[in-house]
Design a protein around this ligand. Structure first.
Ligand SMILES: NC(=O)C1=CN([C@@H]2O[C@H](COP(=O)(O)OP(=O)(O)OC[C@H]3O[C@@H](n4cnc5c(N)ncnc54)[C@H](OP(=O)(O)O)[C@@H]3O)[C@@H](O)[C@H]2O)C=CC1
Ligand SMILES: O=C(O)C1=N[C@H](C(=O)O)C[C@H](O)C1
Length: 257
């Protein structure tokens, strides 16, 4: 996932939206350290989104309530967008697709997780799903996270659910007939997802797959937000090559190659 300046080519101009946040701070640092990129705007909560206007690519790392309008602005003004903010529903993605219809040269990449290991874990979980009767997802994050379950866990669960359906598997066995609200986690497309919030954690996920007499555990840990930066930079460099909406960094990783 390396990059670098090509002789004679002007650096790609990059704006970071949500620049003061945990991810935004790391992304600004990563962009500034890259020879082929130039950080032209840091957009904070109270800044107008048109601060992005001079950029080729906007990296959106704000909060779920703000990101859709920011992405919409980017699309309408011809700025490619690399989006890490979570909270995207199918309806919100449809709005982006509709806006892109009028801007056929613009690319938007929405990535629930920029860490290559997390992308691989999602892929492996979907591959394994058809072989196991039971599956549950546990995501574990720092306690300052505002959304639950994590965007990664939602996407992981959906990938598993799709693979189970394709294999003709029904619901995972569960005899629970009485229990406290929430004890069995959230139901994401028929897959149970449990969210842990704990000081000291960054971003972690476990997929537990169970069959008679065996268990497969697929686990990914981001111990530092540096883990997301190669994926962010890859997406910044490549988003313009792929007009339209892409969901997931896997589209740029050539996983089947
Ligand atoms: N795709 C991926 O790989 C990853 C995605 N994420 C996601 O990225 C998002 C941000 O995470 P994180 O950095 O931890 O969160 P933070 O809360 O640290 O950062 C969010 C930032 O957005 C700012 N903000 C709020 N509203 C606006 C606005 N209208 N315009 C511009 N900026 C705004 C906040 O400003 P203020 O400080 O003033 O409130 C804050 O600085 C979350 O949705 C998270 O789930 C996180 C890690 C990895
Ligand atoms: O808020 C976070 O920290 C993270 N958010 C993303 C998510 O919700 O999946 C990605 C990663 O898990 C870190």
């Amino acid at each position: 996932m390396s990059g670098g300046a090509e002789p004679g080519r002007a650096p790609l101009r990059v704006a970071v939206v949500g620049a003061g946040g945990r991810m935004g701070t790391a992304a600004c640092r990563a962009v500034e350290a890259a020879d082929d990129l130039e950080l032209v705007a840091r957009v904070h909560r109270d800044d107008p989104v048109d601060a992005v206007a001079g950029a080729d690519v906007a990296v959106v790392l704000s909060v779920p309530d703000a990101a859709p309008a920011q992405v919409d602005w980017c699309v309408r003004h011809g700025v490619h967008a690399v989006v890490g903010t979570t909270g995207w529903t199918d309806e919100r993605l449809d709005v982006v697709r509709e806006a892109l219809g009028a801007q056929p040269r613009v690319g938007v990449l929405v990535a629930p997780n920029f860490a290559v290991g997390a992308v691989l874990a999602m892929r492996f979980a979907a591959q394994a799903a058809r072989f196991y009767e039971s599956v549950e997802v546990v995501e574990l994050h720092h306690p300052d996270k505002v959304d639950a379950p994590s965007g990664t866990a939602v996407r992981t669960a959906r990938g598993i659910a799709e693979a189970r359906r394709a294999a003709g598997l029904g619901a995972a066995p569960d005899a629970t007939s009485t229990g406290l609200d929430g004890a069995r986690g959230a139901d994401v497309d028929g897959v149970r997802v449990h969210s842990v919030r704990l000081r000291g954690l960054v971003a972690h996920e476990e997929v537990l797959l169970g069959g008679p007499g065996e268990q497969l555990t697929i686990r990914h840990d981001s111990f530092d937000r540096e883990s997301f930066m190669p994926g962010v930079l890859l997406a910044v460099r490549r988003v313009a090559e792929r007009p339209g909406l892409l969901v997931g960094l896997e589209h740029l990783l050539d996983l089947d190659g």
